[in-house]
Design a protein around this ligand. Sequence first.
Ligand SMILES: [Fe+2]
Length: 259
Amino acid sequence: MKDFKKFEKIFDEYVDRFLNNDNIDEERKINFINKKLHSYRVRDNILQIAKEENLKLDMFIVEFIGLFHDIGRFYQYEKYETFNDAYSENHAKLSIKVLEDEGIIKLIDYEARPYIVDSILMHNMQDLPKIEDRKMYLYSALLRDADKLDGFKLIAESDSNNKKLAYYKNKSDEPIISDYVYNSIMNNKTVYKYDLKTILESQIVTLGYISCDINFDSTLKIIKENEYTKKMFEKMQDTPRAREIYDFVNNYINRRLEK
Ligand SMILES: [Fe+2]
């Protein structure tokens, strides 16, 4: 069993470089700290889902991709002041660049590296591509579920009036869900998330991930136990479309867990 503490230290030291930058402003600080906390929660989530699914995988890889999947986010926000890839760079590619430039990937067994690199590169794709290699599929699917779980928590617990949070920055308060977003979700299709205009739309797209892009039943169980759909909906503007999507997602969870 490899000692993961060593990798936590590497992660923390890398992130501290951004946090200890003399020129840091309040907004960057909040978003750096949030990304650090997000990374640790995704690490916890991915370990939990992998255990509950009883998957025979290398738990070091599982833990590593959980903690390091967004390591490129710090450079991204420092440089561009956004987490929106469309207005900056693909942050998964940035994460791989950091792992290479910092010599972190070299600390990993050679055979494990493709699973780490590819699962991180696929974590922010709109849809997970068809993957023949069963293990590669599992690592990638786990990471996407673990990441999304923390997205649900974020919506459920954060204040949508806080414009310092990158998630809500530059988005309007209009209670609008476009036809494209509404139709995609109601047809269990993923949505291109980088040009959403309203806070409500962003929230509803995150809620809609549940019925189009959750891979494991264990993830759905965690969503249900934590009442994430209810808590997310409570943070949204109550419109007929939002309510319809909310019911649709709840029905989806119940149907899948009944099987
Ligand atoms: Fe990410």
